[in-house]
Structure formats: structure tokens, C-alpha cells
Write a protein that binds this ligand. Structure first.
Ligand code: ADP
Ligand code: GLC
Length: 492
């Protein structure tokens, strides 16, 4: 089966979060199951720089008014189609924001063009290659299903929700510029609280909807977690399912990780100490005593509960622990964390930044990873933590609730506990969980057991890839039996 995956990020070419990890690793896990994935992504400058001998396949003279070339390249085990459209993507800043952190003002066009290119490819724009199914991710590629429906394609599409908080909400006045009929401004398609939402359009038009954990699939049906989309999702619940993310076991492997000064396995966990020494030096933390290092590698946002970490860090330090925070995000939360760190020189360090080697080193050298998210569709950091013998301290929400087993008495005596969970998700809840973790750390045998149990936990893609393949198979069988419905070709 041939699948076209349309995405705004893919590791290792461009990454702002877990979406890239998933789109970069799922194709490799699907391959042994007979699913060949081709990934379409925008040609941001960082992507263009990394392409070796790209092959131009096709020119779009007028993709929503812009000129674009489709390039083909194979790298890192991925089969890539890069949409090179300089007027849309060749600019400073990240995939979504400029250097000052503001959204690019034409994001609507940048991601609609990506989606439209995806739909054109699904329609057969590439001579000799047409996908059997299109996989889209989040709002940035959700419009693909809308364009496909408008073209009358019978190729099925799947929309995976990685985070429903981001919805691609824009003015309804843009419909014509998007090349879409103005009557798609309706509650059963794009209309969303007086605007249009790319995500909503995708939720209405995709043949199947998945999200990245079964718990989050249930949560987003409620007003609290659905963030305005719970109504649509309840209508479409029969095609919604949760499939938990896996991790790339080759990239996140403490036994072979090139970013670690000292590699290790569960039987040589003592070697984490060498990583700890490098880590403490790098972050200016006093590494001479044995106090536990609690780290966070995260977007520094309200979603991730990083304000709650700032409010509890004092107590961790007074109890003999250390705190390392690495990430970037909301300036107010960055400031709050930096202010706490300034009161604890040598015991707490906050570095504002984002880079892959440092993220690996932190997992390799820390004792615990703190992830007190207010909502978390899946979360990958806690899975990396498990594999690296770091004990996760997490809130009980979304994917965190089903990937970490709380170290309560029953789970400890059954030898299945892997971390500490707290609920309700409040600062006091986090404080209690941190206290429990500090107490457990004081008993080296108990701590080692937690580390070992975590390292044994299985979060490869194998099972989840089978679930994606099953969704794909059910849709392609259906579409093989159904005649194409009479839509219209796009004029653009
Ligand atoms: P989200 O996608 O919501 O940010 P996930 O836990 O799914 O959360 O994925 C986060 C990804 O981003 C992980 O791969 C994590 O290692 C990475 N990450 C987060 N912060 C940083 C950072 N400061 N530097 C490098 N990688 C980071
Ligand atoms: C999103 C979610 C995160 C998830 C990731 C990959 O960014 O916030 O929980 O792990 O996507 O699916």
C-alpha cells in the first residue's frame, strides 16, 4: 500500500516537537507491514539546506497564486517530497513563527498550499505515482482532506490529531483565496465560531480520525479537553480512535547514543554517573553530592505545566535535589523559571534553547524527568526517560496516564511501577509527587528497581504501527468498493 503523509515537520529535517519524531519514525515501522510512506513537507530553509541532490519532479505554476517545485529525495530511510515555494517558506524564523516569535501572517496560505499540493498528488499530479491513502497531521495539513473531497477523489484520508489546542483558525473571508467554495463556510465543514478552522474542515472530511493515545481520544470528546472541537468529534466518534505513539528505538538508545559521553544499558546503569558529571558541568550545577537531579526537557508552556514546576522547585532544592530545565516557550514562564534559578545558583539551572544533543544528554545524566502537563495527547519525553533509566514524574492525563505506572504500594510489590503520577493536576499535586520521588530516591534499591522496570517497558512502534496499518487497510478496502463521488476538480 502506498501512503502519502502530509506534514509540517519531520525528524531529522525540521522539528519543533513530538510531531516530527512521529512523522520521522512511523514510516519506518510501517514498512515491514507492507505500507510504503512518501512524506510531503514544506521546503523551509533548514530543510532545503539538508537536501542532497534533490530531483525536481513537478512545477506548480499557480499554487494559490504562488510558484512551487516539488522535489524528491531519499534520506534517513525516508522517501521525501519537498515543496519548494520560496515566496511561502524561504524566510527567517521557524516553521510557524518569525524570529520575534509571532505567527507568520500568511500561515493560512503556507499550509493551505502544502495541503493543496498533497491533494493534487493524491489526484495523480505525479505521473506514474498515486497514493492509495493520504495521512494528514494536525491543522497544518488538515485541509488536504477538504481539497480532496472538493476534487471528488475516492482516495481515502486519515487525520491524526497530535494536539487539538492548535486549530488553524482564520478569517472566513479567506475562502476564495484558498480556492474554496464560499458555501464551505458551514457548520458541517469549515465554519468555526464565526471564522474558519482548517482542523475542523479536516475533522469533517477525513475518512478516519486518529489521535495519539486512547485516553486522549476519550478526553477530547469532553468540553474540557475538546477545546471547542468536542461537538464535531462526538458526531464523528465512530471513525475516531486512539493509537499511542511509539519511539524510535535506534535514535533513543542509551546503549549506542552518540550524544552520550558514556553509553549504558540496564545492567551498567552505574555509568550514568559519567553523564551526570558532564551534565552538571554543562549546566553549572554542583555535582559533588548525590542529590537527585530532576530535569525537564520541554516546551516551556502552560500546557506543559512548567509554571507549576517553577512553583515547586524551591522545595526540591531544600530537600537536597537539583533542578535542570531546558527548553523555550512562553516568555512569562521562561522568566518565572529563570527567577527561581537565580535564587539557587549551583542547584538549579534553566537554559533557554532547543537542541537535540543536549536533550539526549539530559536524559542520559538525570535521575528523574518532570512532566506536569495540564493536558498531554501522548508525550514522548516520558518514554525517552523510561528508556534512559530516568524516572518520570508526570500528571495523570492523556498519554501520560497510560504510559507510566505509578509507584504505589501495589505496583511496587508487583514490580511493574515505572514512575510517579499525580492527580488532580495542581501545584500541590505535583509537590506531593516530587516528595514521593525524593523519598523513593533515598532508598537506592527501590530507585534502581524503578529504573529497571522503566527500561524494560516496551514503547517500540511495532504494535501501534499495526494499528495504523489496520486503519489504512479498512479504508482502502472500502474505497476499492465505492465509486468516486462526483466532486469537482480544483481550478487554481
Ligand atoms: P510536544 O510535541 O507537545 O512538545 P512531546 O513530548 O510529544 O511534546 O515531544 C517533545 C519532543 O521535543 C521530544 O522529542 C523532546 O525531546 C523534544 N524537545 C523538547 N524540548 C526540547 C529542547 N529544549 N531541545 C531539544 N528537544 C526538545
Ligand atoms: C503533540 C502533543 C504530544 C505528542 C506529540 C506527537 O505535540 O502535544 O503529546 O506526543 O504531538 O504526537
Amino acid at each position: 500500500m502506498k501512503v502519502l503523509s502530509v506534514t509540517s515537520e519531520v525528524f531529522p529535517l525540521v522539528k519543533t516537537g513530538g510531531l516530527a519524531d512521529v512523522t520521522g519514525s512511523l514510516p519506518k515501522a510501517l514498512e515491514p507491514l507492507g505500507v510504503e510512506t512518501t512524506t510531503l513537507l514544506p521546503g523551509y530553509p533548514t530543510v532545503m539546506k539538508q537536501l542532497a541532490n534533490p530531483l525536481p519532479l513537478l512545477v506548480f505554476d499557480d499554487l494559490l497564486g504562488e510558484r512551487a517545485t516539488l522535489l524528491h529525495v531519499q534520506m534517513n530511510g525516508l522517501n521525501l517530497l519537498v515543496l519548494d515555494a520560496p515566496t511561502l517558506y524561504d524566510r527567517p524564523g521557524g516553521p510557524y513563527v518569525d524570529d520575534a516569535g509571532n505567527d507568520h501572517p500568511d500561515n493560512w496560505k503556507r499550509f493551505a498550499a502544502l495541503s493543496l499540493a498533497g491533494a493534487e498528488i493524491a489526484a495523480g499530479a505525479l505521473p506514474g505515482w498515486q497514493p492509495d491513502l493520504v495521512q494528514t497531521h494536525d491543522w497544518q495539513s488538515a485541509l488536504t482532506s477538504v481539497y480532496m473531497r472538493e476534487m471528488g477523489l475516492s482516495v481515502p484520508s486519515v487525520l491524526t490529531i497530535h494536539n487539538i489546542a492548535f486549530q488553524g483558525q482564520f478569517s472566513a473571508g479567506l475562502l476564495t483565496a484558498l480556492g474554496l467554495r464560499t458555501d464551505l463556510y458551514s457548520t458541517d465543514c469549515l465554519e468555526y465560531f464565526g471564522d474558519i478552522s482548517f482542523l475542523k474542515g479536516g475533522l469533517q472530511m477525513a475518512d478516519a480520525i486518529t489521535t495519539v493515545s486512547p485516553t486522549y481520544a476519550r478526553e477530547i470528546l469532553t468540553p474540557r479537553f475538546g477545546m471547542g472541537m468536542d461537538g464535531v468529534l462526538n458526531e464523528r466518534v465512530s471513525v475516531l480512535r486512539g493509537i499511542v505513539n511509539g519511539i524510535d528505538l535506534d535514535i533513543w538508545d542509551p546503549a549506542t547514543d552518540p550524544h552520550l559521553p558514556s553509553t549504558y544499558t540496564s545492567s551498567s546503569l552505574r555509568r550514568k554517573r559519567e553523564n551526570r558529571a558532564v551534565l552538571t558541568e554543562r549546566f553549572g550545577i554542583d555535582g559533588n553530592d548525590d542529590g537527585p537531579i530532576f530535569s525537564a526537557v520541554s516546551r516551556l508552556t502552560w500546557q506543559k505545566g512548567m509554571d507549576m514546576l517553577a512553583e515547586t522547585a524551591d522545595e526540591v532544592i531544600w530537600s537536597g535535589g537539583k533542578v535542570i530545565v531546558f527548553g523555550r516557550g512562553d516568555p512569562a514562564i521562561e522568566r518565572q523559571l529563570l527567577e527561581v534559578a537565580s535564587r539557587h545558583p549551583g542547584r538549579m539551572a534553566v537554559h533557554i534553547g532547543y537542541d537535540e544533543p543536549t536533550a539526549h544528554l539530559i536524559h542520559g545524566g538525570s535521575d528523574a524527568i518532570v512532566q506536569p502537563s495540564r493536558f498531554e495527547p501522548c508525550g514522548l519525553t516520558q518514554l525517552y526517560a523510561l528508556r534512559y533509566g530516568c524516572v518520570p514524574v508526570v500528571s495523570r492525563t492523556g498519554g501520560l496516564s497510560e504510559t507510566i505506572i505509578d509507584a504505589n504500594d501495589a505496583a511496587m510489590s508487583a514490580r511493574v511501577a515505572t514512575g510517579f503520577q499525580f492527580h488532580p493536576v495542581t501545584t500541590d499535586g505535583l509537590r506531593m509527587a516530587l516528595r514521593r520521588a525524593i523519598q523513593a530516591y533515598e532508598n537506592p534499591k527501590q530507585w534502581a528497581r524503578l529504573q529497571n522496570q522503566g527500561m524494560k517497558a516496551k514503547f517500540s512502534w511495532e504494535r501501534s504501527a499495526q494499528q495504523y496499518a489496520a486503519v489504512y487497510a479498512s479504508l482502502t478496502k472500502k474505497s476499492a468498493n465505492a465509486p468516486a463521488d462526483g466532486g469537482r476538480r480544483m481550478a487554481f
